[in-house]
Design a protein around this ligand. Sequence first.
Ligand code: HEM
Length: 123
Amino acid sequence: MSEAATPTLYERLGKRPGIEAIAKDIFHNHSNNPIVKNRYVNSDPDTVIRLVTEMCCAGFGGPETYTGRDMITAHTGMNINEIEFVAVCDDVLAALDKNSVGQKEKDEILCILYSLKSQIVHL
Ligand code: HEM
């Protein structure tokens, strides 16, 4: 008998509704994080939340299409530093905790975030 395939990260996070709830909490955390909140003062929360939701859904195995910019284009000109990058990762992990996401899923997501570092920092 073959073993059941591991469900995708998209499924394990509760598909789009679960991921959207996490994206809302991430934006809320950024808006209250003294290290990064000034970066988002001119952002439209609904737009950022929608784009982060789409990107995560598409990247984690869902059927959604990501309609935003690629990471290099979106962050070029901001000269984001390492401290800000870690702060954003901490905000994501706090949002995952708030939504009772498991340790295995948190580990996978942190690896994905870190893999994007060179597309975000010092551009
Ligand atoms: C791996 C980490 C990160 C991911 C996955 C990520 C993801 C995204 C996404 C999907 C967007 C929307 C793209 C678009 O506008 O088309 C975005 C925009 C943005 N990101 Fe990031 N980001 C990351 C790290 C950071 C960091 C460290 C900062 C700085 C504190 C930052 C600041 C911003 C800002 C200011 C915007 C523009 C928001 C707007 O247009 O209103 N991001 N990011």
